[in-house]
Design a protein around this ligand. Structure first.
Ligand code: PGA
Length: 253
């Protein structure tokens, strides 16, 4: 089954407003005709509005890097899915390993965030993945299974169909150590089989599962050639226009 490739740049805590505008103007110029790939950028909260305004008439779509699960209220420092919608986001990254690690987010909180995101018609990009220790102990599939079960708990099949799953082995994030094409494919295939047994084969075939962890222009081609890899969540290499442009154009490489 052919799924539409999805490439997202997670800018993390980088880019002032001026820097964000420079980067996005290069991307906009490059992606005039990108019809076969979903191209998404996830700037920091402070740059969402200006980036949103600048990409209005382009193919580039907007994502936030996180959200809170309530719509409004006395939650100092938090941003709601309603606010993200208001500023023009279509996607929200949920459960990134850096949030799990530094802010103690667990699967239950991530499940709440996913539900809130869906309630506001935003598409969650749900991050899962094992640590190096878990992989070395042979627990990769158990960890993935638990994350899927708990993060997607109580979601309707139609909701699951609409979301994007990002498999990001923690040991590959920001380390320059990408999973091999086969390691990534094996995990993606496992996730798809899991979705098939939890829901059904059609649903499993529709959900896009993207890979993240040291994706670069020179390894995107091999990853995208795998049958169960539908795109990439790109950190470091999305901060620089030429490398992100090359990644999005993997098919022409
Ligand atoms: P990286 O980050 O591409 O810099 O490894 C990926 C991510 O954290 O989403």
């Amino acid at each position: 089954m052919k799924r539409r490739p999805f490439i997202a740049g997670n800018w993390k805590m980088y880019k002032t407003i001026d820097e964000a505008l420079v980067l996005v103007s290069h991307l906009k110029e490059a992606f005039l005709e990108e019809k076969n790939v979903d191209v998404v950028v996830a700037p920091p909260f402070t740059a969402l509005k200006v980036v949103s305004d600048q990409i209005k008439d382009s193919v580039i779509q907007l994502s936030a890097q996180d959200t809170f699960w309530e719509e409004s209220g006395a939650y100092t420092g938090e941003i709601s899915p309603a606010m993200l919608r208001d500023v023009g986001c279509r996607y929200v990254i949920v459960g990134h390993s850096e949030r799990r690690r530094y802010f103690r987010e667990d699967n239950e909180m991530i499940n709440r965030k996913i539900k809130a995101t869906l309630n506001f018609s935003l598409v969650p990009i749900v991050c899962i993945g094992e640590s190096l220790e878990e992989r070395e102990m042979g627990h990769t599939f158990n960890v993935i299974e638990r994350q899927i079960n708990e993060c997607l708990y109580n979601l309707l099949p139609d909701e699951v169909k609409s979301l994007i799953i990002a498999y990001e082995p923690i040991w590959a994030i920001g380390t320059g150590q990408t999973a091999t094409d086969l390691q990534a494919q094996e995990a993606h295939q496992f996730i798809r089989q899991l979705l098939s047994s939890l829901y059904d084969t059609h649903l499993a075939n529709v959900v896009r599962i993207i890979y993240g962890g040291s994706v670069k222009p020179d390894n995107i081609g091999g990853l995208m050639a795998q049958p169960d890899i539908d795109g990439a969540l790109v950190g470091g290499a999305s901060l620089n226009a030429p490398s992100f442009i090359d990644i999005v154009r993997f098919e022409r490489g």
